[in-house]
Design a binder for this molecule. Structure first.
Ligand SMILES: NC(=O)c1ccc[n+]([C@@H]2O[C@H](COP(=O)([O-])OP(=O)(O)OC[C@H]3O[C@@H](n4cnc5c(N)ncnc54)[C@H](O)[C@@H]3O)[C@@H](O)[C@H]2O)c1
Length: 401
């Protein structure tokens, strides 16, 4: 069986490489630079080894392409393209539309099309199917299914194989074929009664995180105002063996999922006249956290940051990855600069970002830790400035949330 995976980013490349063990895979991406790199066996995604890619290429099991003709003879398509927000923070399905165009225009026999991109309930039935049909001149009757991706880039303990996978087809035949496909490389498949349930479950998983992170971020502010340690209080609460799950405070949330997916849920809720109060508020609390952090840093420095050299440590949105999408560091830097600080950042995992490069971890007046990668030493952070403010809870001896 030959498959195409549309989009060769975090999700698409990961799935392409897992599937490569069992199928011939065309990794379709509209970015020619990525296609060229991948065909040379160079992976741009953490957790996907170049050596695996190279062995699949050698065995004729993987090829990247940006030519639609290369997917014409596949039997199955996985869509894994970005689903961001528009500038006015509404769901943006333009990338899905473009992926549907590639499929519709190039595949002229019935195949199974599985969407792994995150979107609101109804996307498969009311957007992907009609859009592919719109672009297909041959009126091909494809099969459609959804299987939302749950991959957590950089994570070692859970991967494609041992993370239970939700799925649902638009028809029983699509469900059966989807089960057969994933059962080759996933241990546990969980079929739900409709694509809408699978789509909503994915959004709810990330909304659960967004709301709980907002709650703990609000609690960090309460604990500080009471003069108690938020971390000690959370550890104390966490001794309860049931009914509690520990989340830790931070400078905000980042990545492609947690700051974005809840807004997809809120948008569809409001469109259907249902409230999304918690979701909207949680988003605001997390976004406001960067300002709170900078206010605290200023308060500890006689109220002014003007002219101070401030080093932000860790600009990736989470430890040990180079991903800076929606990173809280961006807002922290913005607030610091608004207060007149001279800001540089240190993150050798990211290297360069926004036209700036990682600065040395030394010589600042103030260091603010937003993300701590494992290979950055606590001692080096503490020595980098006379005042260190930590938002991660990982720097004993520093001031912090
Ligand atoms: N990154 C995660 O941790 C994660 C986890 C679960 C779900 N998701 C969801 O998976 C989807 C993909 O996310 P990602 O993180 O892999 O994105 P990504 O930005 O890492 O990769 C997307 C890739 O798609 C390519 N692309 C864009 N439009 C295209 C098109 N029309 N045709 C072909 N290629 C195209 C881009 O060049 C890019 O390489 C999103 O809906 C996201 O919400 C992401």
């Amino acid at each position: 069986m030959k498959i195409a995976v549309i989009g060769q980013g975090y999700v698409g490349l990961t799935i392409a490489v897992f599937a490569g063990e069992h199928f011939e895979v065309v990794g379709f991406d509209n970015n020619p630079k990525i296609v060229d790199q991948l065909n040379r066996g160079i992976s741009h995604i953490e957790g996907v080894e170049g050596s695996t890619l190279q062995s699949w290429i050698k065995a004729g099991r993987y090829r990247a392409s940006n030519d639609g003709a290369d997917i014409a003879d596949v039997d199955l398509v996985v869509i894994a393209v970005p689903t961001p927000l528009t500038s006015d923070r509404k769901p943006d399905l333009d990338f899905i539309d473009a992926a549907c165009k590639t499929v519709g225009e190039n595949i002229k026999k019935p195949v199974l099309i599985i969407n792994e991109s995150t979107s609101f309930p109804g996307t498969l039935r009311n957007f992907i199917k009609p859009t592919i049909e719109k672009y297909s001149k041959d009126a091909v009757e494809h099969l459609y299914a959804i299987s939302p991706e749950r991959v957590d880039p950089g994570r070692g303990d859970y991967n494609q194989k041992n993370t239970p996978r939700l799925f649902a087809g638009l028809t029983p035949e699509a469900s059966a074929m989807t089960r057969e496909f994933y059962s080759k490389f996933c241990d546990q498949l969980v079929e739900v009664s409709s694509p809408e349930v699978a789509e909503a479950a994915k959004l709810f998983e990330n909304t659960f995180r967004q709301v709980n992170i907002a709650l703990v971020n609000e609690f960090a502010q309460i604990a500080h105002s009471l003069g108690i340690s938020v971390y000690e209080t959370l550890d104390a609460a966490n001794t309860k063996p049931y009914g509690f799950m520990k989340f830790t405070p931070s400078a905000g949330v980042g990545g492609h999922c947690i700051p974005v997916d809840p807004t997809y849920l809120a948008a569809v809720a409001e469109e259907h006249g249902a409230p999304a109060t918690f979701i909207r508020r949680a988003n605001d609390v997390n976004l406001e956290m960067s300002k709170y952090v900078v206010d605290r840093v200023a308060a500890d420095n006689a109220g002014s940051l003007a002219g101070k050299s401030v080093l932000v440590v860790g600009v990736a949105y989470k430890p040990n990855v180079a991903d800076v999408r929606e990173t809280a560091a961006e807002l922290v830097i913005e607030h610091l600069r608004q207060r007149g600080a001279v800001v540089s950042w240190h993150d050798d995992v990211v290297g360069s970002w926004n036209g700036e490069s990682s600065a040395p971890l030394s010589g600042a007046d103030i260091t603010v830790v937003v993300t701590k990668h494992d290979d950055v030493k606590v001692r080096d952070i503490l020595d980098s400035a006379p005042f260190v403010f930590d938002t991660t809870g990982k720097i004993p001896g520093a001031k912090g949330l």
